[in-house]
Ligand binder design. Structure first.
Ligand SMILES: [Zn+2]
Length: 71
C-alpha cells in the first residue's frame, strides 16, 4: 500500500471579500466579519462597502433649486 503523501491540500482559496486566506471555520471567507459582510451583501441586494468617502450622488440638501416662475 503506497501511502499517499498528500496532506489534503487545503485549497488555497481566498476570501472573496478581502482576499485573505480563508479559514476553515468561515469558508469560503477568512473570518466571521467577512462572512457577515457577504451575507449583508446578499440581503441588501447591493454590495455596500463601508467607506469613508462621501457619496457622490449629491445629497438633496445640496441640490439648488432655481426659483423660476415665481409669481
Ligand atoms: Zn476576509
Amino acid at each position: 500500500m503506497a501511502e499517499v503523501h498528500s496532506i489534503a491540500k487545503a485549497r488555497r482559496s481566498r476570501c472573496p471579500i478581502c482576499r485573505k486566506p480563508t479559514a476553515p471555520d468561515f469558508r469560503p471567507f477568512c473570518s466571521a466579519r467577512c462572512k457577515t459582510l457577504d451575507l449583508g451583501r446578499w440581503l441588501g441586494g447591493t454590495y455596500r462597502v463601508p467607506t469613508d468617502e462621501e457619496p457622490e450622488e449629491g445629497d438633496p440638501a445640496a441640490v439648488r433649486r432655481p426659483a423660476d416662475d415665481e409669481e
